[in-house]
Design a protein around this ligand. Sequence first.
Ligand code: 3H9
Length: 706
Amino acid sequence: MSAEQSTVVVSQNQGETALIMMQNAPVNALSKAVRVGLIAEIEAALNNANVKVIVISSQLGLFSGGADISEFSSGNLQPNLPEVLDLIENANKPVVAVLNGPAFGGGLELALACHYRISFADNKVGLPEVNLGILPGAGGTQRLPRLTGVAQALDMIVSGKPVKAAALNGVFDLIVDDPAKLMSESQAFVAQLINDGCEIKRVKDIEIDTETAPSELFSQYRQGIAKQARGFFSPERCIQAVEAAVTLPLKDGLQKEAELFMECMRSPQARAQQHFFFAEKAAGHVSDYDKSTPVRDIKSVGIIGAGTMGGGIAMNFANAGIPVVMLELKAEALEKGLGVIRRNYENSAKKGKLSQQDLEDRMALLHGTTEYSGLADVDLVIEAVFEKMDVKKQVFTQLDAICKKGAILASNTSTLDINEIADCTSRPEDVIGLHFFSPANVMKLLEVVKGEKTSADVIKTSMQLAKKIRKVAVLVGVCFGFVGNRMIEPYGREANRMMLEGADPEHVDRVIYDFGLPMGPFTMGDMAGLDIGYFVRQSRKEHIAHDPSYAVVADRLVKDGRAGLKVGKGVYLYEAGNRKPIPDPTVAQIAKEEAEKLGVKPRKHSDEEILERCIFTLINEGAHILEEGIAAKSSDIDVIYVYGYGFPVFRGGPMQYADEVGLDKVYAAMCKYRDELGEYGKAWFEPAPLLKRLAEQGKRFADFAK
Ligand code: 3H9
């Protein structure tokens, strides 16, 4: 492509300056067309005797979002970004990057290869490649430490977190306070540069003072991130790349960076994390509404229930500046709820995450009422009352009578039928499920549950509102437990059944923890309270009655008063004030007794069996959910599992994990356990028809569209 043909990179000469502008909407991803365009425009400027300085900037609101991630899987990478940056660094005329907006990944690397950099103070820059399972592969790991110092570069590259330009020492030659003056001050900078004889400052000529980067710096850093980097492949490679920057000249360091980059790029984790990047964006692409669908104005929110859940939900809205009215019928409960919220904010303030002023501002947005009439004027009500259909129906009948026309009536139910709830009102089109995850002020996930009659504008409003309160919303359909809790059921069931078959709970938990979840099913059950699961099983007896072994050990523990962490004993024992689970041989004894009563034979469980029985049955349920249309796409399930259940992002979510393992293997394992585990196997291991079909066709869940 010639310079004239490129539309994503344009250039104009202003006196002795060639101004090269990127305009590849939406984020100036450095796609092949941009790379070709940049090369063409830079070469044209270098060949133009009238041009003394080259400026690279952007026509869009941001400088660049980095390499085009969608190109990684196509392999269509020539000319590659390092080639473009080589051309820039070796140019015999000064090249100035003017960052008129955020620069991430390859976008920042492009700027680092230039001879001068200009930005405004509050602009955000970063190298977030680690979040995609890779590392900065266009010189970022070599050039950033040379400019800003090893410690800051290491932290930016390994954490992936952006920083303000003004906080990035040594990188910018000019920082402008007022973004509106960026271009005029850049022009003055360039004029001065020309006046001073166009000196070229190449980062490759900077040598790192090795004394600033002793080996302890790296070992301490490794130790410091060990917990959060557990299971991840790329953080360690990021560190190795920066280590190379300290000891090697730029050319060799770039070679090392390229090797490590390719090692990461070829890893399943890179595929998983890049899948997840697009999965999260795709969750917002919903076919139930379009651009023309109106959005309701949500200026105030009512919340019914000031307990843990209601309080957590309320905080989300207060944090976003939206006033909240909280309803509790008893003044005491209301006071208590508001007190808990204040204490939560105070804890944040103590940790320095919130100023005293912000704390007071947020509390001022929270009002209480003990009467339904207090909710008459709000635009959205979310109920977080006891999880029982009768109770929910009473609440919605009252809301129907009280709330103004056009108000959205939402339930935070985690399991119950939204259609049944909606039908007890005269306005089922205004009713929707907004399923927050506990703790609701912390967890990023929101399952938005559409009923049969929920109107498109209510769905659209809910999805947009989720963004405003900084949640990741996934739209799902109605069924027991929706997506997340429905899929967790077989996972917990298998863990319990294996305990009955003689597996040690700590063995099961260890396998799941090693797979990458924050904790295993038994530790999770104890934390949530074993009585919660017991209660759900009581309400679903007809669905599990055919399996007399279903969670019998857990049932017995609850009946024996072992409800989990909160009472100091559940599957594990706990010392007062300590959350560390202590294995208890009594539980194995209980399991043995129950197994004997039921005639369940003891079985030796390999790590592989534990993992497959817990995770593949969860995936199999996901396949049902997908085919039933409860989730619109497999990537939506992945988003729910990563944000709602701590499924490791380096596996991309359960459906991506299945696609990576191969659906033929998942299918074969389901068949194996179905055939091996007798009646129990027949009851619970029948592969979902969709899993079978896709496996036979050699396809992936990601290929499935309803
Ligand atoms: C890299 O640079 C590697 C190099 O080191 C080495 C190379 C050799 N590519 O988030 P938004 C899409 S790796 C392709 O809603 P915002 C996104 O999917 C890259 N597409 O906008 C969405 O599509 P859709 C390192 C991209 O304004 C649309 O653009 N860089 C890319 O809220 C709008 O996105 C990163 O990791 C991309 N790089 O936020 C930065 N980025 O409309 C990743 C976005 O179909 N990107 N899209 O859903 C971001 O963090 C944010 O998108 C950004 C803009 C802050 C830039």
